[in-house]
Design a protein around this ligand. Structure first.
Ligand SMILES: NC(=O)C1=CN([C@@H]2O[C@H](COP(=O)(O)OP(=O)(O)OC[C@H]3O[C@@H](n4cnc5c(N)ncnc54)[C@H](OP(=O)(O)O)[C@@H]3O)[C@@H](O)[C@H]2O)C=CC1
Ligand SMILES: O=C(CO)[C@H](O)[C@H](O)COP(=O)(O)O
Length: 469
Protein backbone atom coordinates (compact mmCIF):
# COMPACT_ATOMS: atom_id res chain seq x y z
CA UNK A 1 0.00 0.00 0.00
CA UNK A 2 1.23 3.55 -0.82
CA UNK A 3 1.51 6.17 1.88
CA UNK A 4 -1.66 7.95 2.98
CA UNK A 5 -2.98 10.25 0.24
CA UNK A 6 -5.34 12.47 2.25
CA UNK A 7 -7.95 11.69 -0.37
CA UNK A 8 -11.31 10.11 0.53
CA UNK A 9 -13.62 8.17 -1.75
CA UNK A 10 -16.99 6.57 -1.22
CA UNK A 11 -17.70 3.46 -3.30
CA UNK A 12 -21.26 2.21 -3.76
CA UNK A 13 -21.59 -1.28 -5.26
CA UNK A 14 -19.05 -3.95 -4.36
CA UNK A 15 -19.48 -6.40 -7.20
CA UNK A 16 -16.66 -7.11 -9.71
CA UNK A 17 -15.86 -3.51 -10.60
CA UNK A 18 -16.72 -1.63 -7.40
CA UNK A 19 -14.83 -3.99 -5.10
CA UNK A 20 -11.69 -3.90 -7.25
CA UNK A 21 -11.84 -0.13 -7.73
CA UNK A 22 -12.25 0.27 -3.96
CA UNK A 23 -9.16 -1.92 -3.40
CA UNK A 24 -7.29 0.01 -6.10
CA UNK A 25 -8.17 3.31 -4.37
CA UNK A 26 -7.03 1.97 -0.98
CA UNK A 27 -3.79 0.73 -2.51
CA UNK A 28 -3.06 4.35 -3.54
CA UNK A 29 -3.41 5.42 0.09
CA UNK A 30 -6.99 6.73 -0.23
CA UNK A 31 -9.42 6.54 2.68
CA UNK A 32 -12.24 4.40 1.22
CA UNK A 33 -15.79 4.20 2.55
CA UNK A 34 -17.72 1.29 1.07
CA UNK A 35 -21.40 0.43 0.80
CA UNK A 36 -23.35 -2.30 -0.96
CA UNK A 37 -27.14 -2.71 -1.03
CA UNK A 38 -26.79 -6.26 0.30
CA UNK A 39 -24.83 -5.89 3.52
CA UNK A 40 -23.52 -9.46 3.42
CA UNK A 41 -21.50 -8.44 0.33
CA UNK A 42 -19.91 -5.56 2.25
CA UNK A 43 -19.14 -7.90 5.15
CA UNK A 44 -17.47 -10.39 2.85
CA UNK A 45 -15.50 -7.60 1.19
CA UNK A 46 -14.25 -6.40 4.58
CA UNK A 47 -13.42 -9.95 5.68
CA UNK A 48 -11.41 -10.54 2.52
CA UNK A 49 -9.78 -7.14 2.01
CA UNK A 50 -10.54 -4.91 5.00
CA UNK A 51 -6.99 -5.22 6.32
CA UNK A 52 -5.39 -4.26 2.99
CA UNK A 53 -6.13 -0.54 3.27
CA UNK A 54 -7.98 2.21 5.06
CA UNK A 55 -11.54 0.96 4.57
CA UNK A 56 -14.69 1.95 6.44
CA UNK A 57 -17.72 -0.32 5.94
CA UNK A 58 -21.20 1.19 6.04
CA UNK A 59 -24.66 -0.34 6.07
CA UNK A 60 -26.75 2.56 4.75
CA UNK A 61 -26.30 5.41 2.29
CA UNK A 62 -26.67 7.80 5.20
CA UNK A 63 -23.79 6.13 7.04
CA UNK A 64 -21.66 6.34 3.88
CA UNK A 65 -22.33 10.05 3.49
CA UNK A 66 -21.67 10.69 7.19
CA UNK A 67 -18.37 8.82 7.03
CA UNK A 68 -16.99 10.99 4.22
CA UNK A 69 -15.49 14.45 4.68
CA UNK A 70 -17.12 17.21 2.58
CA UNK A 71 -16.82 17.96 -0.27
CA UNK A 72 -17.51 14.28 -0.85
CA UNK A 73 -16.58 12.18 -3.86
CA UNK A 74 -18.78 9.12 -4.28
CA UNK A 75 -18.24 6.53 -7.01
CA UNK A 76 -21.35 4.54 -7.97
CA UNK A 77 -20.55 1.11 -9.47
CA UNK A 78 -23.93 -0.63 -9.62
CA UNK A 79 -25.82 -2.32 -12.44
CA UNK A 80 -26.59 0.18 -15.20
CA UNK A 81 -30.19 1.41 -15.55
CA UNK A 82 -32.76 1.66 -12.74
CA UNK A 83 -30.28 0.67 -9.99
CA UNK A 84 -28.28 3.84 -10.72
CA UNK A 85 -31.46 5.95 -10.37
CA UNK A 86 -32.29 4.16 -7.12
CA UNK A 87 -28.86 4.99 -5.70
CA UNK A 88 -28.82 8.59 -6.97
CA UNK A 89 -32.31 9.25 -5.62
CA UNK A 90 -31.32 7.78 -2.29
CA UNK A 91 -28.14 9.87 -2.11
CA UNK A 92 -29.57 13.20 -3.28
CA UNK A 93 -31.26 14.32 -0.02
CA UNK A 94 -28.21 13.26 2.01
CA UNK A 95 -25.58 15.24 0.11
CA UNK A 96 -24.52 18.85 0.46
CA UNK A 97 -23.67 21.33 -2.34
CA UNK A 98 -20.13 20.79 -3.58
CA UNK A 99 -20.31 17.00 -3.28
CA UNK A 100 -19.64 15.03 -6.47
CA UNK A 101 -21.28 11.76 -7.43
CA UNK A 102 -19.57 9.84 -10.23
CA UNK A 103 -21.39 7.07 -12.08
CA UNK A 104 -18.64 4.73 -13.25
CA UNK A 105 -20.91 2.08 -14.79
CA UNK A 106 -21.76 1.35 -18.41
CA UNK A 107 -24.60 3.82 -18.48
CA UNK A 108 -26.41 4.76 -21.71
CA UNK A 109 -25.40 8.38 -22.29
CA UNK A 110 -28.96 9.91 -22.49
CA UNK A 111 -29.48 8.66 -18.91
CA UNK A 112 -26.34 10.53 -17.87
CA UNK A 113 -27.59 13.75 -19.51
CA UNK A 114 -30.88 13.40 -17.59
CA UNK A 115 -29.18 12.63 -14.25
CA UNK A 116 -26.67 15.44 -14.74
CA UNK A 117 -29.55 17.92 -15.14
CA UNK A 118 -31.40 16.46 -12.17
CA UNK A 119 -28.38 16.79 -9.86
CA UNK A 120 -27.53 20.24 -11.20
CA UNK A 121 -31.06 21.40 -10.35
CA UNK A 122 -30.43 20.20 -6.77
CA UNK A 123 -27.13 22.15 -6.60
CA UNK A 124 -25.07 18.95 -6.68
CA UNK A 125 -22.34 17.79 -9.03
CA UNK A 126 -22.82 14.65 -11.10
CA UNK A 127 -20.32 13.12 -13.47
CA UNK A 128 -20.56 10.16 -15.85
CA UNK A 129 -17.31 8.27 -16.19
CA UNK A 130 -16.70 5.24 -18.39
CA UNK A 131 -14.38 2.70 -16.80
CA UNK A 132 -12.73 -0.08 -18.76
CA UNK A 133 -10.37 -2.86 -17.84
CA UNK A 134 -12.55 -5.54 -16.31
CA UNK A 135 -11.65 -7.11 -13.00
CA UNK A 136 -7.85 -6.90 -13.34
CA UNK A 137 -7.90 -3.39 -14.77
CA UNK A 138 -10.17 -2.13 -12.00
CA UNK A 139 -7.76 -3.51 -9.40
CA UNK A 140 -4.43 -2.53 -10.90
CA UNK A 141 -5.26 0.41 -13.17
CA UNK A 142 -8.19 0.88 -15.54
CA UNK A 143 -8.71 3.38 -18.32
CA UNK A 144 -11.18 5.97 -17.08
CA UNK A 145 -13.22 8.26 -19.33
CA UNK A 146 -14.86 11.04 -17.32
CA UNK A 147 -17.16 13.61 -18.89
CA UNK A 148 -18.40 16.93 -17.57
CA UNK A 149 -17.00 20.32 -16.68
CA UNK A 150 -13.38 21.22 -16.01
CA UNK A 151 -14.46 22.51 -12.61
CA UNK A 152 -15.91 19.18 -11.50
CA UNK A 153 -13.05 17.21 -13.06
CA UNK A 154 -10.61 19.20 -10.94
CA UNK A 155 -12.59 18.27 -7.83
CA UNK A 156 -12.12 14.55 -8.51
CA UNK A 157 -8.83 14.38 -10.42
CA UNK A 158 -6.73 13.69 -7.31
CA UNK A 159 -8.96 10.70 -6.55
CA UNK A 160 -8.91 9.00 -9.94
CA UNK A 161 -5.56 9.91 -11.50
CA UNK A 162 -3.48 7.76 -9.11
CA UNK A 163 -5.88 4.84 -9.72
CA UNK A 164 -5.61 4.85 -13.53
CA UNK A 165 -3.33 2.70 -15.70
CA UNK A 166 -0.11 4.13 -17.11
CA UNK A 167 -0.48 5.23 -20.72
CA UNK A 168 3.08 3.98 -21.51
CA UNK A 169 3.96 7.57 -22.46
CA UNK A 170 4.56 8.88 -18.96
CA UNK A 171 0.93 9.82 -18.29
CA UNK A 172 -2.16 8.20 -16.84
CA UNK A 173 -5.11 6.66 -18.66
CA UNK A 174 -7.64 9.16 -17.42
CA UNK A 175 -8.59 12.56 -18.82
CA UNK A 176 -11.67 14.72 -19.17
CA UNK A 177 -13.08 13.54 -22.49
CA UNK A 178 -15.55 16.39 -23.02
CA UNK A 179 -18.65 18.07 -21.59
CA UNK A 180 -21.85 16.57 -20.24
CA UNK A 181 -22.19 12.82 -20.91
CA UNK A 182 -19.09 12.67 -23.15
CA UNK A 183 -17.46 10.12 -20.84
CA UNK A 184 -20.27 7.60 -21.17
CA UNK A 185 -20.59 8.38 -24.88
CA UNK A 186 -16.88 7.61 -25.38
CA UNK A 187 -17.10 4.46 -23.24
CA UNK A 188 -20.09 3.28 -25.26
CA UNK A 189 -18.07 3.66 -28.47
CA UNK A 190 -15.08 1.97 -26.79
CA UNK A 191 -17.35 -1.03 -26.22
CA UNK A 192 -18.62 -0.89 -29.82
CA UNK A 193 -15.01 -1.18 -31.00
CA UNK A 194 -14.50 -3.94 -28.40
CA UNK A 195 -17.45 -5.86 -29.91
CA UNK A 196 -16.00 -5.49 -33.44
CA UNK A 197 -12.46 -6.60 -32.54
CA UNK A 198 -13.73 -9.54 -30.47
CA UNK A 199 -15.97 -10.70 -33.32
CA UNK A 200 -13.07 -10.33 -35.79
CA UNK A 201 -10.91 -12.52 -33.51
CA UNK A 202 -13.70 -15.10 -33.20
CA UNK A 203 -14.30 -15.26 -36.96
CA UNK A 204 -10.57 -15.40 -37.65
CA UNK A 205 -10.39 -18.40 -35.32
CA UNK A 206 -13.21 -20.04 -37.26
CA UNK A 207 -11.63 -19.35 -40.66
CA UNK A 208 -8.30 -20.78 -39.47
CA UNK A 209 -10.10 -23.86 -38.19
CA UNK A 210 -12.88 -24.45 -40.70
CA UNK A 211 -11.58 -22.86 -43.91
CA UNK A 212 -7.90 -23.76 -43.63
CA UNK A 213 -8.40 -26.90 -41.52
CA UNK A 214 -5.71 -25.99 -38.96
CA UNK A 215 -5.34 -28.11 -35.86
CA UNK A 216 -5.93 -26.39 -32.54
CA UNK A 217 -2.16 -26.31 -31.94
CA UNK A 218 -1.53 -24.64 -35.30
CA UNK A 219 -4.27 -22.06 -34.99
CA UNK A 220 -3.04 -21.27 -31.49
CA UNK A 221 0.41 -20.74 -33.01
CA UNK A 222 -1.08 -18.26 -35.50
CA UNK A 223 -2.74 -16.29 -32.69
CA UNK A 224 0.48 -16.37 -30.67
CA UNK A 225 2.37 -15.00 -33.68
CA UNK A 226 -0.16 -12.16 -33.89
CA UNK A 227 0.06 -11.51 -30.16
CA UNK A 228 3.87 -11.58 -30.14
CA UNK A 229 4.20 -9.12 -33.03
CA UNK A 230 5.06 -5.83 -31.27
CA UNK A 231 3.04 -3.88 -33.86
CA UNK A 232 -0.12 -5.82 -33.01
CA UNK A 233 0.28 -6.54 -29.33
CA UNK A 234 -2.97 -5.89 -27.52
CA UNK A 235 -5.00 -6.96 -24.51
CA UNK A 236 -7.57 -8.82 -26.59
CA UNK A 237 -4.91 -10.84 -28.45
CA UNK A 238 -3.19 -11.55 -25.12
CA UNK A 239 -6.32 -13.02 -23.60
CA UNK A 240 -7.16 -14.87 -26.83
CA UNK A 241 -3.78 -16.59 -26.47
CA UNK A 242 -4.66 -17.47 -22.86
CA UNK A 243 -8.13 -18.76 -23.75
CA UNK A 244 -6.82 -21.03 -26.53
CA UNK A 245 -4.30 -22.61 -24.17
CA UNK A 246 -6.81 -23.88 -21.63
CA UNK A 247 -7.66 -27.58 -22.00
CA UNK A 248 -10.14 -29.82 -20.24
CA UNK A 249 -8.66 -33.27 -20.53
CA UNK A 250 -7.44 -33.68 -24.11
CA UNK A 251 -9.75 -31.06 -25.62
CA UNK A 252 -9.54 -27.26 -25.61
CA UNK A 253 -12.05 -25.85 -23.12
CA UNK A 254 -13.51 -23.55 -25.80
CA UNK A 255 -14.82 -26.66 -27.60
CA UNK A 256 -17.25 -27.13 -24.70
CA UNK A 257 -18.60 -23.58 -24.72
CA UNK A 258 -22.06 -23.05 -26.28
CA UNK A 259 -21.82 -20.95 -29.44
CA UNK A 260 -24.28 -18.24 -28.40
CA UNK A 261 -22.92 -14.94 -27.14
CA UNK A 262 -24.64 -12.57 -24.82
CA UNK A 263 -24.65 -8.80 -24.65
CA UNK A 264 -25.58 -6.15 -22.13
CA UNK A 265 -26.31 -3.33 -24.57
CA UNK A 266 -23.30 -1.08 -25.12
CA UNK A 267 -22.51 -2.51 -28.58
CA UNK A 268 -26.13 -2.18 -29.69
CA UNK A 269 -26.28 1.40 -28.39
CA UNK A 270 -23.15 2.20 -30.40
CA UNK A 271 -24.70 0.75 -33.55
CA UNK A 272 -27.98 2.61 -32.94
CA UNK A 273 -26.11 5.84 -32.29
CA UNK A 274 -24.05 5.40 -35.46
CA UNK A 275 -27.27 5.00 -37.46
CA UNK A 276 -28.80 8.01 -35.75
CA UNK A 277 -25.71 10.13 -36.55
CA UNK A 278 -25.43 8.88 -40.13
CA UNK A 279 -22.03 7.25 -39.55
CA UNK A 280 -21.16 4.00 -41.32
CA UNK A 281 -20.07 1.46 -38.72
CA UNK A 282 -20.67 -1.92 -40.37
CA UNK A 283 -18.08 -3.83 -38.34
CA UNK A 284 -19.73 -2.78 -35.08
CA UNK A 285 -23.21 -3.45 -36.43
CA UNK A 286 -22.17 -6.85 -37.75
CA UNK A 287 -20.60 -7.73 -34.40
CA UNK A 288 -23.88 -6.93 -32.63
CA UNK A 289 -25.86 -8.83 -35.28
CA UNK A 290 -23.55 -11.84 -35.00
CA UNK A 291 -24.24 -12.03 -31.26
CA UNK A 292 -28.00 -11.66 -31.78
CA UNK A 293 -28.14 -14.21 -34.60
CA UNK A 294 -26.04 -16.69 -32.62
CA UNK A 295 -28.90 -16.86 -30.11
CA UNK A 296 -31.56 -17.60 -32.75
CA UNK A 297 -31.31 -21.37 -32.56
CA UNK A 298 -34.61 -21.96 -34.40
CA UNK A 299 -33.31 -20.08 -37.45
CA UNK A 300 -29.96 -21.82 -37.30
CA UNK A 301 -31.60 -25.26 -37.12
CA UNK A 302 -33.73 -24.42 -40.18
CA UNK A 303 -30.65 -23.04 -41.93
CA UNK A 304 -28.73 -26.27 -41.41
CA UNK A 305 -31.00 -27.95 -43.94
CA UNK A 306 -29.60 -25.84 -46.80
CA UNK A 307 -26.00 -25.95 -45.60
CA UNK A 308 -24.82 -28.53 -48.17
CA UNK A 309 -25.27 -25.79 -50.82
CA UNK A 310 -21.87 -24.47 -49.72
CA UNK A 311 -18.86 -26.61 -50.62
CA UNK A 312 -17.27 -27.93 -47.45
CA UNK A 313 -13.69 -28.66 -48.44
CA UNK A 314 -10.87 -26.90 -46.62
CA UNK A 315 -8.09 -24.99 -48.38
CA UNK A 316 -4.50 -26.17 -47.95
CA UNK A 317 -2.14 -23.37 -46.94
CA UNK A 318 1.46 -22.78 -45.98
CA UNK A 319 1.44 -21.93 -42.24
CA UNK A 320 4.25 -19.37 -42.48
CA UNK A 321 2.59 -17.50 -45.31
CA UNK A 322 -0.76 -17.74 -43.56
CA UNK A 323 0.71 -16.12 -40.43
CA UNK A 324 2.06 -13.19 -42.45
CA UNK A 325 -1.14 -12.60 -44.43
CA UNK A 326 -3.27 -12.99 -41.29
CA UNK A 327 -1.16 -10.43 -39.43
CA UNK A 328 -1.62 -7.92 -42.26
CA UNK A 329 -5.36 -8.59 -42.53
CA UNK A 330 -5.85 -8.41 -38.76
CA UNK A 331 -3.99 -5.10 -38.53
CA UNK A 332 -6.18 -3.66 -41.29
CA UNK A 333 -9.38 -4.85 -39.62
CA UNK A 334 -8.44 -3.40 -36.24
CA UNK A 335 -7.56 -0.05 -37.79
CA UNK A 336 -10.87 -0.07 -39.68
CA UNK A 337 -12.70 -0.80 -36.40
CA UNK A 338 -10.99 2.13 -34.68
CA UNK A 339 -11.82 4.38 -37.66
CA UNK A 340 -15.52 3.56 -37.29
CA UNK A 341 -15.38 4.31 -33.58
CA UNK A 342 -13.51 7.59 -34.03
CA UNK A 343 -16.01 8.66 -36.71
CA UNK A 344 -18.90 8.04 -34.29
CA UNK A 345 -17.14 10.00 -31.54
CA UNK A 346 -16.52 12.91 -33.92
CA UNK A 347 -20.14 12.90 -35.03
CA UNK A 348 -21.12 12.99 -31.35
CA UNK A 349 -20.39 16.72 -31.55
CA UNK A 350 -23.92 17.18 -32.92
CA UNK A 351 -25.23 15.69 -29.64
CA UNK A 352 -23.14 18.14 -27.61
CA UNK A 353 -20.17 15.85 -27.04
CA UNK A 354 -17.16 17.84 -28.20
CA UNK A 355 -14.72 15.11 -27.39
CA UNK A 356 -10.98 15.58 -27.03
CA UNK A 357 -10.04 12.82 -29.49
CA UNK A 358 -6.25 13.02 -28.97
CA UNK A 359 -6.82 12.48 -25.27
CA UNK A 360 -9.20 9.58 -25.94
CA UNK A 361 -6.61 7.91 -28.20
CA UNK A 362 -4.05 8.41 -25.40
CA UNK A 363 -6.15 7.11 -22.50
CA UNK A 364 -6.98 3.98 -24.52
CA UNK A 365 -3.23 3.18 -24.68
CA UNK A 366 -3.41 1.25 -21.40
CA UNK A 367 -5.86 -0.19 -18.90
CA UNK A 368 -8.80 -0.75 -21.24
CA UNK A 369 -10.05 -3.75 -23.19
CA UNK A 370 -9.22 -2.21 -26.60
CA UNK A 371 -5.70 -1.10 -25.65
CA UNK A 372 -3.36 -1.97 -28.50
CA UNK A 373 0.04 -1.06 -29.88
CA UNK A 374 -1.81 0.10 -32.99
CA UNK A 375 -2.99 3.16 -31.06
CA UNK A 376 0.67 4.32 -31.30
CA UNK A 377 0.79 4.75 -35.11
CA UNK A 378 -2.81 5.96 -35.06
CA UNK A 379 -1.88 8.81 -32.72
CA UNK A 380 1.29 9.53 -34.74
CA UNK A 381 -0.74 9.70 -37.95
CA UNK A 382 -3.24 12.05 -36.39
CA UNK A 383 -0.39 14.27 -35.22
CA UNK A 384 1.49 14.17 -38.54
CA UNK A 385 -1.56 15.00 -40.64
CA UNK A 386 -3.11 17.43 -38.17
CA UNK A 387 -6.32 15.65 -39.15
CA UNK A 388 -8.04 14.31 -36.08
CA UNK A 389 -10.66 12.52 -38.13
CA UNK A 390 -10.78 8.84 -38.98
CA UNK A 391 -10.00 9.75 -42.58
CA UNK A 392 -6.32 10.37 -41.88
CA UNK A 393 -6.03 6.76 -40.67
CA UNK A 394 -6.74 5.36 -44.12
CA UNK A 395 -3.03 5.92 -44.83
CA UNK A 396 -2.24 3.18 -42.27
CA UNK A 397 -3.94 0.54 -44.39
CA UNK A 398 -1.33 -1.42 -46.31
CA UNK A 399 -1.52 -3.22 -49.65
CA UNK A 400 -0.65 -6.48 -47.89
CA UNK A 401 -3.48 -5.86 -45.45
CA UNK A 402 -5.97 -5.27 -48.24
CA UNK A 403 -4.80 -8.38 -50.11
CA UNK A 404 -4.77 -10.51 -46.97
CA UNK A 405 -8.27 -9.41 -46.00
CA UNK A 406 -9.68 -10.01 -49.48
CA UNK A 407 -8.12 -13.49 -49.48
CA UNK A 408 -9.52 -14.35 -46.04
CA UNK A 409 -13.02 -13.35 -47.10
CA UNK A 410 -12.78 -15.14 -50.46
CA UNK A 411 -11.61 -18.35 -48.80
CA UNK A 412 -14.25 -18.14 -46.07
CA UNK A 413 -16.97 -17.60 -48.69
CA UNK A 414 -15.86 -20.49 -50.88
CA UNK A 415 -15.73 -22.90 -47.96
CA UNK A 416 -18.97 -21.67 -46.39
CA UNK A 417 -17.48 -20.33 -43.16
CA UNK A 418 -19.64 -17.59 -41.61
CA UNK A 419 -17.68 -14.36 -41.18
CA UNK A 420 -20.30 -11.62 -40.87
CA UNK A 421 -18.04 -9.07 -39.20
CA UNK A 422 -14.89 -9.77 -41.24
CA UNK A 423 -16.92 -9.63 -44.47
CA UNK A 424 -18.57 -6.38 -43.37
CA UNK A 425 -15.19 -4.93 -42.51
CA UNK A 426 -13.91 -5.80 -45.98
CA UNK A 427 -17.05 -4.22 -47.48
CA UNK A 428 -16.41 -1.06 -45.45
CA UNK A 429 -12.85 -0.91 -46.72
CA UNK A 430 -13.83 -1.55 -50.35
CA UNK A 431 -16.39 1.26 -50.15
CA UNK A 432 -13.70 3.48 -48.66
CA UNK A 433 -11.13 2.86 -51.40
CA UNK A 434 -13.50 2.70 -54.39
CA UNK A 435 -13.17 5.57 -56.84
CA UNK A 436 -16.82 5.21 -57.85
CA UNK A 437 -19.68 3.59 -55.96
CA UNK A 438 -22.94 2.31 -57.45
CA UNK A 439 -24.95 4.97 -55.63
CA UNK A 440 -25.72 6.46 -59.07
CA UNK A 441 -28.18 3.56 -59.46
CA UNK A 442 -29.73 4.23 -56.03
CA UNK A 443 -30.13 7.90 -56.94
CA UNK A 444 -31.71 7.06 -60.31
CA UNK A 445 -34.17 4.65 -58.67
CA UNK A 446 -35.08 7.23 -56.00
CA UNK A 447 -35.64 9.79 -58.71
CA UNK A 448 -37.74 7.35 -60.78
CA UNK A 449 -40.17 6.34 -58.04
CA UNK A 450 -40.23 9.50 -55.98
CA UNK A 451 -38.84 12.41 -58.02
CA UNK A 452 -36.16 12.74 -55.34
CA UNK A 453 -33.77 14.31 -57.92
CA UNK A 454 -30.06 13.61 -58.46
CA UNK A 455 -26.83 15.49 -59.15
CA UNK A 456 -24.61 14.87 -62.19
CA UNK A 457 -20.89 14.37 -62.65
CA UNK A 458 -20.75 16.72 -65.66
CA UNK A 459 -22.95 19.68 -64.69
CA UNK A 460 -23.85 21.65 -61.57
CA UNK A 461 -27.44 21.61 -60.34
CA UNK A 462 -30.20 19.25 -59.32
CA UNK A 463 -31.95 17.14 -61.97
CA UNK A 464 -35.11 15.10 -62.39
CA UNK A 465 -35.87 12.74 -65.27
CA UNK A 466 -39.01 10.98 -66.57
CA UNK A 467 -37.40 7.54 -66.62
CA UNK A 468 -40.10 5.62 -68.58
CA UNK A 469 -38.76 5.61 -72.14
N1 LIG B 1 -17.85 -6.41 -15.13
C1 LIG B 1 -17.08 -5.75 -15.98
O1 LIG B 1 -16.10 -6.28 -16.55
C2 LIG B 1 -17.35 -4.31 -16.26
C3 LIG B 1 -18.51 -3.71 -15.82
N2 LIG B 1 -18.72 -2.37 -16.05
C4 LIG B 1 -19.92 -1.71 -15.57
O2 LIG B 1 -19.71 -1.36 -14.19
C5 LIG B 1 -20.96 -1.44 -13.46
C6 LIG B 1 -20.80 -2.46 -12.33
O3 LIG B 1 -20.48 -3.69 -12.92
P1 LIG B 1 -20.23 -5.02 -12.07
O4 LIG B 1 -19.25 -4.74 -10.99
O5 LIG B 1 -19.94 -6.10 -13.06
O6 LIG B 1 -21.61 -5.26 -11.31
P2 LIG B 1 -23.08 -5.58 -11.87
O7 LIG B 1 -23.34 -4.81 -13.11
O8 LIG B 1 -23.26 -7.05 -11.91
O9 LIG B 1 -23.99 -4.95 -10.70
C7 LIG B 1 -24.00 -5.52 -9.42
C8 LIG B 1 -24.01 -4.44 -8.37
O10 LIG B 1 -25.16 -3.59 -8.54
C9 LIG B 1 -25.86 -3.54 -7.29
N3 LIG B 1 -27.28 -3.28 -7.49
C10 LIG B 1 -28.10 -3.92 -8.35
N4 LIG B 1 -29.34 -3.40 -8.26
C11 LIG B 1 -29.30 -2.44 -7.32
C12 LIG B 1 -30.24 -1.53 -6.79
N5 LIG B 1 -31.51 -1.50 -7.23
N6 LIG B 1 -29.84 -0.65 -5.84
C13 LIG B 1 -28.56 -0.65 -5.41
N7 LIG B 1 -27.61 -1.47 -5.88
C14 LIG B 1 -27.97 -2.35 -6.82
C15 LIG B 1 -25.60 -4.89 -6.67
O11 LIG B 1 -25.89 -4.86 -5.31
P3 LIG B 1 -26.38 -6.22 -4.57
O12 LIG B 1 -25.12 -6.95 -4.20
O13 LIG B 1 -27.14 -5.74 -3.42
O14 LIG B 1 -27.21 -7.00 -5.56
C16 LIG B 1 -24.12 -5.03 -6.97
O15 LIG B 1 -23.33 -4.27 -6.11
C17 LIG B 1 -22.01 -1.84 -14.51
O16 LIG B 1 -22.57 -0.68 -15.04
C18 LIG B 1 -21.19 -2.55 -15.58
O17 LIG B 1 -21.80 -2.52 -16.84
C19 LIG B 1 -17.78 -1.59 -16.68
C20 LIG B 1 -16.62 -2.15 -17.13
C21 LIG B 1 -16.33 -3.55 -17.00
O1 LIG C 1 -17.44 -2.55 -20.36
C1 LIG C 1 -16.87 -3.60 -20.42
C2 LIG C 1 -15.46 -3.67 -20.79
O2 LIG C 1 -14.99 -2.46 -21.30
C3 LIG C 1 -17.65 -4.85 -20.14
O3 LIG C 1 -16.87 -5.92 -19.89
C4 LIG C 1 -18.63 -4.97 -21.24
O4 LIG C 1 -19.79 -4.29 -20.79
C5 LIG C 1 -19.08 -6.32 -21.60
O5 LIG C 1 -20.17 -6.11 -22.44
P1 LIG C 1 -21.09 -7.27 -22.95
O6 LIG C 1 -21.55 -8.01 -21.73
O7 LIG C 1 -22.18 -6.59 -23.70
O8 LIG C 1 -20.19 -8.11 -23.84
Amino acid sequence: MSSKSNVSLGVIGLSVMGSNLARNAASRGHHVVVYNRTTAVTEKFMADHGADGEFVATKTLNELVEALPAPRVVLVMVKAGNPVDAVLNGLKPLLTPGDVVVDGGNTYYPDTVRRFEDYQAAGLHFMGMGVSGGEEGALHGPSMMPGGSDKVWHLVKAVFEPMAADDKLGGKCVALTGPSASGHFVKMVHNGIEYAIMQIIAELYDILKSTYGLTHADLTAVFHALRDDPALSSFLLDITGDVLEVYEGEAPLIDFIIDQSEQKGTGRWTAETALQLGVAAPSIMAAVAARSQSGDLALRKKGETIRPVAPKQTKKVDLKQLIESTKAAYQTMVILSYIQGFEIILAGKSLGFTVDLPEVARIWRGGCIIQSALLGPITETFKATGDWTGKSLVSLITQSGVTGLRQLVADAAVTGTPALCIMSTLGYMEQMVATRLPQNIVQALRDDFGAHTYRRVDKEGVFHTHWKA
